[in-house]
Design a binder for this molecule. Structure first.
Ligand SMILES: Cc1cc2nc3c(=O)[nH]c(=O)nc-3n(C[C@H](O)[C@H](O)[C@H](O)COP(=O)(O)OP(=O)(O)OC[C@H]3O[C@@H](n4cnc5c(N)ncnc54)[C@H](O)[C@@H]3O)c2cc1C
Length: 341
């Protein structure tokens, strides 16, 4: 399917892309957003919808899914189309018009803002062959609804933030929580690690360091137990288990973006202070970008989105200034234009 040409197309509907879509609407240009996932929100929706975020300005704390809902409402107000389940696989350019191509559709556009986060991402899978048949049955590498684990005997594998955060969130829901990690060094916030250690001391959780998955038992449909191997002592331990949550980080895939003529540094797009990517007409923002001092945070992505969109607007329509002015004075929101004080 061939879509209507737009001024700006935003690749990626995570928090950065949603804010970019809003900004394009506020600046009065036509826009659209494309995402490979079936819902907006990027990492917030796919990886931690039920977690609280504490460092987004204006919210002392906000559930990831609620932040996405608010951003969606903000982004939708200018009626720009949102296209989900559309993974961008290539880019074409013809006579000053780009076309982003997915497996089924074509999206012509004058400018592009890439807000593709860590690329089209997928959770890193357990390396043990015994795990593979259990994905989607007893192994869950994403927790969309923690209530699903109420009363279950849960094994979490990993030593990073996600492993410890989910251990913490499931403490009062699961009937038992065991956290197994290959080493005794953790990449999680020290405070969360301490909370889990305290829960272990109270008998509410169990932490097994230097342990990895060795085998899984069950009837083929329902998982009933696991065997863990102590990689130092070379011994094994069997335990009852209803659900395994591998929290091993993510494998990101830039896909063909690596061939789009952008300035790349490893798997990231190297941008300057105007969010330029090295290819005219294409800007980038959010987790996909890098530069000295870069912070991969939601707050950073918002600012970068505003810079990228304002640059793109001025590039497409040179008569429109880069500086958007203050939204609090804008007629587009029904506010009567007033002289600024
Ligand atoms: C567990 C966890 C907790 C976190 N907690 C916090 C926190 O408390 N505070 C904070 O500031 N940050 C936090 N972060 C980081 C934060 O989520 C990211 O900085 C943020 O999501 C980046 O937003 P983004 O829009 O740039 O990218 P993403 O959220 O990654 O969104 C990118 C989107 O682009 C899409 N995409 C990629 N490639 C393609 C393609 N080829 N075609 C179509 N679509 C594509 C993806 O599907 C995705 O939806 C946390 C991250 C994790 C994993």
């Amino acid at each position: 399917m061939q879509h209507e040409p737009k001024d700006i197309t935003i690749l990626g509907a995570g928090p950065t892309g949603l804010f970019a879509l809003f900004y394009a609407g506020m600046r009065g240009v036509s826009a659209q957003i494309i995402d490979a996932l079936s819902e907006p929100g990027g990492q917030l929706t796919a990886l931690y919808p039920e977690k609280y975020i504490f460092d987004v300005a204006g919210f002392p704390r906000v559930l990831a899914k609620d932040l996405v809902a608010g951003q969606l409402e903000q982004a939708k107000q200018f009626g720009a189309p949102m296209h989900f389940d559309q993974r961008v696989v290539s880019l074409e350019e013809d006579g000053g018009t780009f076309t982003l191509v997915t497996e089924t559709d074509r999206f012509p556009t004058r400018a592009i803002v890439i807000a593709a986060g860590i690329g089209a991402f997928s959770p890193r899978r357990l390396p043990q062959p015994c795990a593979e048949p259990w994905y989607g049955k007893g192994i869950h590498d994403r927790v969309l609804d923690p209530e699903r684990f109420r009363g279950k005997q849960v094994l979490i594998i990993g030593g990073g933030d996600s492993a410890f955060d989910w251990a913490h969130q499931l403490l009062d829901r699961a009937s038992s929580v065991t956290l197994a990690h290959r080493s005794d060094r953790f990449r999680a916030h020290a405070a969360t690690v301490e909370e889990i250690r305290a829960a272990c001391a109270e008998g509410r959780a169990r932490m097994l360091t230097f342990h990895e998955l060795h085998d899984i038992t069950g009837n083929g449909e329902n998982l009933s137990g696991v065997v863990l191997k102590d990689i130092k002592a070379k011994t094994t331990v069997a335990m009852n288990c209803d659900a395994i949550l591998p929290m091993l980080g993510f494998v990101s895939d830039l896909g063909t973006m690596a061939e789009w003529g952008l300035n790349l540094e490893k798997d990231e797009i190297l941008v300057n202070s105007a969010m330029e990517t090295g290819r005219q007409g294409i800007w980038a923002a959010g987790d996909i970008t890098t530069y000295p001092g870069k912070l991969k945070l939601i707050a950073t992505g918002y600012s970068e989105a505003a810079i990228a969109v304002n640059q793109a607007v001025h590039w497409i329509y040179p008569e429109k200034k880069v500086n958007p002015g203050h939204s609090s004075h804008m007629a587009v929101f029904g506010v009567k234009e007033e002289a600024s004080v």
